[in-house]
Design a binder for this molecule. Structure first.
Ligand SMILES: [Zn+2]
Length: 88
């Protein structure tokens, strides 16, 4: 496999990936990827792209729950204390 930009050799390594969304920032340190040993271009295989996309859509779905206005009932009040997450 060769790089489409510089025709360099692509090596199977890992690469960081991050994405900035409206209300959060998502970062992975090391995702399996092909990295050009000449220009550093990174290619993710289809499987890795699928995993990234499903993680993002799951986070978007979960993130939306922070903004659903059903906390006024007092039934599901939770706090994050110094020792972590607890419900009361
Ligand atoms: Zn290259």
């Amino acid at each position: 496999m060769e790089c489409i930009y510089c025709k360099g050799h692509m090596e199977k390594k890992t690469a960081p990936f991050s994405i900035q969304k409206n209300s959060y920032y998502l970062h992975w340190d090391a995702i399996p990827a092909f990295v050009c040993n000449q220009c550093g271009e990174v290619y993710f295989a289809e499987h890795e792209v699928d995993v990234i996309q499903s993680a993002i859509s799951e986070l978007d779905r979960k993130n939306a729950e922070f903004y659903t206005p059903d906390l006024s009932t007092g039934q599901k009040v939770a706090k994050v204390g110094r020792k972590g997450f607890y419900k009361r």
